[in-house]
Design a protein around this ligand. Structure first.
Ligand SMILES: [Zn+2]
Length: 225
């Protein structure tokens, strides 16, 4: 093999490996005095209202990553979320596992959810969180190109149901979140969880006493400000 041919093959391999670029995924903010509470999988007719009441009581802004079909079922709850000054993100329409769907279906789902959110509230959504946190590099690039910032988390409240272990107790959820929060964190919770309704006031009081400022995800990662 000539030197030139080796050079060209090497170049092609490099392009193949790195040519697609890397999408940016936010798990964390930059200001260590600030943190962002996020709530996934709602709006829930059982718990969203209770979460909103707690946030209102403590004057805390949060970010809700809503699912399209649940917005269709509970549009008034989404209106209430926005009216209370919270931020809304797209969490797909059907909560699909995105690595296994076609690019077209993925973009259709995102658009369906965003269009519905805009129709009900007038909000143009720019934040996106993948269901279950799963998203390969190819899909990340696709979603970024569609105009969304991809948001994951640095602290997981683990407030959801596990097949073998059931659900963590509210006190365990609260101490887990508080002990893992160091500042700049994006905290993952679910407004579909009975446990979070009990744990949330404890979490807010403990983190407030440590001097953290609660902000929306956009503000934490300095988008749109
Ligand atoms: Zn989810």
């Amino acid at each position: 093999m000539t030197l030139m041919r080796r050079f060209i093959i090497g170049l092609l391999l490099l392009l193949l490996l790195f040519g697609g670029g890397q999408a940016q995924v936010f798990t964390h903010g930059f200001n260590h005095r600030q943190i962002a509470l996020t709530f996934d999988d709602g709006p829930s007719p059982l718990y969203t209202e209770m979460v909103l009441d707690i946030l209102k009581k403590y004057h805390i802004p949060a970010t809700f990553f809503v699912i399209g079909y649940k917005v269709a079922d509970n549009p008034d709850l989404l209106v209430e979320i926005v009216r209370d000054g919270h931020e809304v993100g797209n969490h797909t329409y059907y909560h699909s596992r995105l690595n296994w769907v076609s690019d077209k279906k993925l973009l259709d789902e995102l658009k369906m959810a965003s269009d519905l959110i805009a129709e009900k509230t007038g909000v143009n959504v720019t934040l996106f969180r993948p269901p279950h946190g799963f998203l390969n590099q190819e899909k990340k690039i696709l979603i970024e190109k569609a105009g969304y910032s991809i948001i994951q988390w640095s602290v997981n409240a683990d407030d959801f149901y596990h097949v073998f272990n059931g659900m963590r107790a509210p006190s365990s959820i609260a101490s887990r979140v508080v002990s893992r929060t160091y500042g700049g964190d994006i905290i993952l919770m679910h407004d579909t969880s009975a446990q979070i309704v009990v744990a949330l006031p404890k979490i807010i009081r403990a983190l407030k006493s440590r001097g953290f400022q609660f902000v929306t995800v956009s503000k934490l990662i300095r988008l749109h400000i």
